[in-house]
Design a protein around this ligand. Sequence first.
Ligand SMILES: [Zn+2]
Length: 454
Amino acid sequence: MAGRLLHEIEGEVTELLSKLIRINTSNPPGNEVKAAEFLADELGKEGFECEILESESGRGSIITRISGSGGKPSLLLLSHLDVVPAVAGEWSVPPFSGLVKDGFVWGRGAVDCKNLVAAEVMVMKLLKRNNIRLKGDLIFAATADEEKGGRYGVGWLVKNHLDKIKAEYVINEGGGFSIPIGGRHVFTVQTSEKGVMWLKVRARGKPGHGSIPGAADNAVLRMAKVAHVLGDYRSRIRVTPTVRMFIEGLAKERGPTWQLLSRLLMNPLLADKILDEMAKSDLASAELLRAMLRNTIAPTVFHGGIKENIIPSECEAVFDCRVLPGEDRKSLLNEIRNVLVKARVELEKLEFSFLQAEEPSESPMNTPLYRYIENVLQSFEPNCRVVPFMMTGGTDSRFLRRVGCVCYGFCPLKVDVPLPEFLSMAHGIDERISIKNLVFSVSVLYELVKGFLA
Ligand SMILES: [Zn+2]
């Protein structure tokens, strides 16, 4: 089969995305219900009956479905309606204008992930319009609150309305973009994500007069040491199967020198030396790889002291820790304690508590849907390579993986701006997507859904 680009929907999907961007769903507060109502209207024109469910006033998620006749698996097309805030002064266009300029749609959400919302809506419309009969159930859900942890979106839906969204397979954000190498495309499929552990540490000491520091026990100094030790600490390198396949896939495309380098990179004793070298010319890629190869600990908040002349007896700090699949918060906390003991920090003067913790999540690669994704991509881009991808951050997929769904981050697009710029657009400035890519996303997803469920 040869994939066909659906040029005829170019205008329609461009307008859909542009309008979606103009509905400001910055989270907080979210107010996603406005976007949900807009989509209910759009899908309604095609004959869909949609349900808008609100976890709290204004926090709406929209769901609809096409029931299959049976005999094929079920699939959920998932995306989120909220976006992170944008500071207009930093952008070269107004971030909520949905401006169409130079072949791109500009604005907050253009790649995270109103583009996926628009593409998935377009796929639903096309299936209905073209009278495609499906055997498997197809569900569409665009949800609230992904950007602040999903508790008012997918987290809430899983708890309260699981039957409405549960499917054997889920297509969500988090992957699907290609990494251009030597004129060819290496497409990513997000199959796993690291866990999040926000660890609060409280250091205690003994108060005293600032003029006689030796008589007191300064909690700020203790915490400064903790932050320094943990900030500098490099947890051991561990190559998970996903990351191994990712690195090997890219290296094969880049040729023999890279294949050798990639083998060295996956050697725990040499990895950091290779990455330090790589960072001199490409900091972003080197540090992304480093974060894919180990647990990370980053001090992010530091509070201590109440007055200029009082030696503080208390200090608090927060550490943003990210955990590789196969480990959990307990094992990382143990590791942290051991590191601090080795650095001669008195543990009995520290208290640890979790502000938030999400375990890592992973879906298998040896599934019919993964293979189907490979086939469909090949039909659009002959000889392209497909690699699994682990995100260092998180998406709503973790909620659904926990209840047994196989989730893939797959919003197919061919990166057509410099890769570092593309990677920094989500949550960054001048977020934009090319109209070409919008058409590509719709075309690939349409082919995928139609072929996999029919
Ligand atoms: Zn997102």
